[in-house]
Structures are given as structure tokens and as C-alpha cells.
Design a protein around this ligand. Structure first.
Ligand code: NAD
Length: 284
């Protein structure tokens, strides 16, 4: 059997960004601004790196990006005050709050405070809840990315058997619900699932978001399946250098799957593209 087709997240993201550049220009011609304001609390290295990348990604499609930096001594009410100010601002069309937040700050309370029509990460409970109602308002970016990547393969979702490995609020659960909405037959697994490979081997669509390197080996995969790898794990290679891998044993799975997304270069770049698309959608 031939090797699986690689789902190129960078190429898909490039197409999305081309379309967004046109939409942003059209909005600007109508005198409407497209602006994403992000809140970064404290000096977390990873979050800062993400904020820098986000600034570049926004700039590339013409979205204005403003970063609000708060000290790590900020209280929940300090952060809420910033979010409220952004909610009320007429020039701010999109808001996101970088994770992690300092100890003692309840992320749920902050995310629930973001105005649901400016919530471009789709983390407000109203936006997450809308998925259950079949309304694609502002959907969590990674879940959207996964759906776009599945749809890019041309697989018929209705009646397909899908397994989502990992059930977090921001990835696994919304993906499972979106697949249910598309009338796939969906199984959700987690760290306590027994004999997981018996379930995954039945899957026409296998999405993994567990954060466990090499969790999904060839034995877990049905011939011809669509495999989407959301995991991002840092591991030491044979040369002692650290590298980024997903949850999937890519080499092994490539020999059996029909389509597989790589890490890096898969869900990651598409997630950024979906955040940009949500930002443009919020402005529209
Ligand atoms: P999380 O830690 O909140 O949830 C992990 C889920 O996986 C839990 O439901 C847990 O029960 C399950 N799990 C753990 N071990 C398992 C196992 N052996 N078998 C089956 N299920 C198992 O994680 P999260 O925030 O959803 O992130 C998951 C992974 O996806 C991480 O590696 C994270 O870095 C990555 N991620 C990537 C993107 C992206 O844009 N590419 C976005 C978000 C998260």
C-alpha cells in the first residue's frame, strides 16, 4: 500500500490567509478596522513567543495587533478590568487572553468575561455552548483547524466512524461535538480508556489530542484512515537535541493511514490561520 497523503497544514493555512487578506482589505475600504487586542499577564516564555508570532501573523494579513502586558502580580479583578475596557472599546474588534494566568486567577472567569462576539479563540462558554446547538459562532481555533483539515481530504463525514483521543474542553470535546454535528459516529477516549486500540482501529477518522508522544502507532490505525495529530510534545532525539513531535508515530502510521497530518507543519499553522479567520469574522 502506498504511503499516506500528508495533510500540509502550512499550505492550507496559506490559502486561508490569502482569502483573509482580501477580506481585511474589503473591510478597510468600507472604513471598518480589524483589530485584535491580546492580554498577556506575567512573563511566561511560551506565551510571549506565541504573542510575537501572533503579531507577525496578524501583520501579514493586515490585522492591527495590540498587546496589553500586565504584571504577574495582577489579580483576577485587574485582568477583568482590562477585558471590560476592551469589551467596551469601539475600535477593538477582537480579544484574546494568553494562557497561563497567574496562580489564583480562574481562567474560566476571565474567558467568560470576554464579549462573545469579540472572543476569537472561542473560549467563552456561550461560544463553546453554541457548538452543541449546531451554531458555528466563534469556534475554538484548534477544533476549527482539525475540522478544516479533515474536510480537506474530501472524506464523507456523514456515517463515518470517528474517534477523538483526548477530551479537553478546548480541543477534544469541541472536535467530538463538531463531528457529531456532521453526523459522524463519534467515540471520545481519555487517559482512563481501556483497550483504546480496539476503538481507534475502527476509526475512519482518528483525531488525537492527548499530549503523549508515540501514543498512536500503526497498530492503532485502520487502513486508509484520516489521522489528525493535534499533540505538541518536546522530546529528546537520538542526537540529544530537543525536537517537537505529535502524539502519532508518523513514520509507522504513514504506511497504513490514507491521510496523516505532520507535527510540526500540521494543526499548528492551521490553528493560527483559524484564529485570524475568527478575527476577521468578528470584525465582519
Ligand atoms: P489536556 O491536557 O487539557 O487534555 C489531554 C486529554 O488527553 C485528557 O482528556 C486526557 O484524559 C487525555 N489523555 C491523556 N493521556 C491519554 C492517553 N494515553 N490515551 C488517551 N487519552 C489520553 O490537553 P489539551 O490542551 O487538549 O492538549 C492536548 C495536546 O494538544 C497537547 O500536546 C497540546 O500541546 C496540544 N495542543 C495543540 C494545539 C495546536 O494548535 N496544535 C492546540 C492546543 C493543544
Amino acid at each position: 500500500m502506498a504511503d499516506a497523503t500528508i495533510i500540509d497544514g502550512r499550505a492550507l493555512a496559506g490559502k486561508v490567509k490569502d482569502d483573509l487578506t482580501r477580506r481585511v482589505t474589503a473591510l478597510q475600504r468600507q472604513g471598518k478596522n480589524v483589530r485584535l487586542d491580546a492580554v498577556l499577564v506575567g512573563g511566561d516564555q511560551g506565551a510571549r513567543m506565541y504573542a510575537n508570532n501572533q503579531a507577525k501573523a496578524c501583520g501579514a494579513v493586515g490585522i492591527e495587533y495590540v498587546l496589553h502586558e500586565l504584571p504577574d502580580t495582577s489579580s483576577e479583578s485587574d485582568i477583568i478590568a482590562t477585558v471590560d475596557m476592551l469589551n467596551e472599546s469601539k475600535v477593538v474588534t477582537a480579544i484574546m487572553v494568553h494562557m497561563p494566568l497567574p496562580d489564583g486567577v480562574d481562567a474560566y472567569e476571565i474567558q467568560a468575561r470576554i464579549s462573545s462576539d469579540k472572543d476569537v479563540e472561542g473560549v467563552n462558554p456561550a461560544n463553546i455552548g453554541n457548538i452543541v446547538f449546531g451554531k458555528r459562532s466563534l469556534v475554538p481555533c484548534t477544533a476549527l483547524a482539525v475540522m478544516e483539515m479533515i474536510e480537506s481530504t474530501g472524506i464523507e463525514l456523514q456515517g463515518a466512524r470517528a474517534v477523538c483521543v483526548g477530551a479537553s474542553t478546548i480541543v477534544g470535546k469541541p472536535v467530538a461535538v463538531l463531528l457529531m454535528q456532521a453526523e459522524a459516529t463519534v467515540t471520545s477516549t481519555n487517559a482512563h480508556t481501556k483497550n483504546q486500540e480496539l476503538l481507534t482501529r475502527e476509526a475512519d477518522i482518528l483525531v488525537t489530542a492527548a499530549g503523549v508522544p508515540n501514543l498512536i502507532t500503526a497498530e492503532f490505525v485502520k487502513h486508509g484512515a484520516v489521522v489528525i495529530d493535534v499533540g505538541i510534545n518536546r522530546v529528546k532525539g537520538k542526537d540529544g537535541k530537543k525536537r517537537t513531535v505529535g502524539d502519532v508515530d508518523f513514520e509507522g502510521v504513514q504506511g497504513i493511514a490514507g491521510f496523516v497530518s505532520p507535527v510540526p507543519g500540521g494543526v499548528g499553522p492551521m490553528t493560527v490561520a483559524m484564529m485570524l479567520r475568527n478575527t476577521v469574522q468578528a470584525a465582519e
